[in-house]
Design a protein around this ligand. Structure first.
Ligand code: AMP
Ligand code: GLY
Length: 432
């Protein structure tokens, strides 16, 4: 069967790499892909959001299964368009993708399903939101424990974790007066701020059957020790010992299952990935957000550990028969993925810099170098994005996997390349 993967980042390289290993898959296409995905199949120069062109390509090339990586095409209704054309596709419909594309929809569903999450209030106008903050926090210098979120997709920039009243008023101003995020800010949420450590738990579901994946942990702040600006994710590892077996069971019972049931009851069943971004507080795990796709970079360490056939899992999900296949088998060894980034990221950065040492890194045992922002130019692989590579390794323990990942990182060079040095160190606090 021919498979089409949509997207061009590290997540999509990992998906293409794993799908290409399936005996059911004769050819993998990736739209638009990167220099790494070109090794496992064929890149197609169509943007991930160009639904008409993607549909035409899938029809003409008789694609048996399309797998959507990023959220933008899901929120724009790519799954609805493919289903209408009777083409098999892995991912949620536009209505179900609101779990990620509308934080108001998500919070209302969480409340209705009684899933542990922060208390919240929704506002449509800046005045009312400001009044709420001033009434609640009459003094300018007290601790203000709120988080302010634009309703819609804002490329990860729509959330402000506030420490004082001015932070909150500034965030309201950016979202509701300056309209920095356009229509994504036509509603905003003010919610209770939690303290704790974050973890990600992903599940695959066809709307009825649920397969929970091993827990993982991302590293969103740019620099070591979780300081600096927010990024798309500077590295991830799995399993995350912060979420032990009992907690994972609790998360399944109190978070994943009630959410998927509530989606079904609301007549927009979720098919694809449910990705729960959680804060592990003293009162237990709380949902911060949902995504309806694989995380990037979480997908890379997860797929590194997957021993089952990914195509069988995604195909069964897309056709509503996830109950018919055996549960996935995971490599017991942990994996660590270190993101190598361009100088300047998450701010502006240069592109087109030649990358050296990729072969040396790839020659190391139990290492995969997943490409994110790369392209090939005159036979040379060059940088083409902020997050450039996701260097991923398996090891007997988390520290061993970390050592091997950084050994591979040291093989790779380009001008200005950098990475966090502490990916997975948080695991050590929890006894691995
Ligand atoms: P979101 O897009 O909703 O996940 O928010 C992005 C980031 O903001 C999360 O990964 C957290 O680091 C932080 N965040 C979101 N909601 C809260 C909350 N209620 N309390 C503390 N931090 C939060
Ligand atoms: N790693 C965070 C995300 O994919 O949203």
């Amino acid at each position: 069967m021919k498979v089409l993967v949509i997207g061009g980042g590290g997540r999509e390289h990992a998906l293409a790499w794993k799908l290409a290993q399936s005996s059911h898959v004769e050819r993998v296409f990736v739209a638009p892909g990167n220099a790494g995905t070109a090794h496992h199949g064929e890149n197609v120069p169509i943007a991930a959001t160009d639904i008409d062109e993607l549909l035409a390509f899938a029809r003409e090339n008789r694609i048996g299964l399309t797998v959507v990586g990023p959220e933008a095409p899901l929120a724009a209704g790519i799954v609805d368009a493919f289903l209408e054309a009777k083409l098999r596709i892995f991912g949620p419909t536009r209505a179900a993708a609101r779990l990620e594309s509308s934080k108001v929809f998500c919070k209302n569903l969480l409340r209705q399903a009684d899933v542990p999450t922060a208390d919240y209030h929704v506002f449509r106008e800046a005045d009312a939101a400001e009044r709420f903050i001033r009434d609640r926090y009459p003094s300018a210098d007290e601790d203000v424990a709120v988080v302010i979120k634009a309703d819609g997709l804002a490329a990860g920039k729509g959330v402000t974790v506030c420490r004082n009243r001015q932070d909150a008023l500034d965030a309201i101003d950016r979202i509701a007066r300056k309209r920095q995020f356009g229509d994504a800010g036509s509603q905003l949420i003010i919610e209770e701020r939690f303290d704790g450590e974050e973890a990600s738990v992903l599940a695959i579901t066809d709307g009825r059957t649920i397969v929970t994946l091993p827990p993982c942990q991302d590293h969103k702040p740019a620099y070591d020790g979780d300081v600096g600006p927010n990024t798309g994710g500077m590295g991830a590892y799995s399993p995350a010992p912060l979420v032990d077996a009992d907690m994972l069971r609790y998360i399944e019972e109190r978070v994943i299952v009630p959410t998927i049931h509530a989606m079904k009851r609301g007549r927009h069943p979720l098919r694809g990935v449910l990705y729960a971004g959680l804060m592990i507080t003293h009162q237990g795990p709380k949902v911060l957000e949902y995504n309806v796709r694989f995380g990037d970079p979480e997908c890379q360490p997860l797929l590194m550990r997957l021993q089952s056939d990914l195509f069988e899992i995604l195909d069964a999900t897309a056709s509503g028969r996830l109950d018919e296949i055996a549960p996935p088998v995971w490599d017991p060894r942990p994996s660590v993925c270190v993101v190598m980034a361009s100088e300047g990221y998450p701010g502006s950065y240069q592109k087109g810099l030649p990358i050296r040492g990729l072969e040396d890194a790839a020659a190391l045992e139990n290492v995969q170098v997943f490409h994110a922002g790369t392209r090939e130019e005159d036979g040379q692989i060059v940088t083409a994005g902020g997050r450039v590579l996701g260097v991923t390794a398996l090891g007997e323990t988390i520290p061993a996997a970390k050592r091997r990942a950084y050994e591979a990182v040291r093989c790779i060079r380009w001008e200005g390349a950098w990475c966090r040095k502490d990916i997975s160190d948080k695991a050590l606090r929890h006894g691995d």
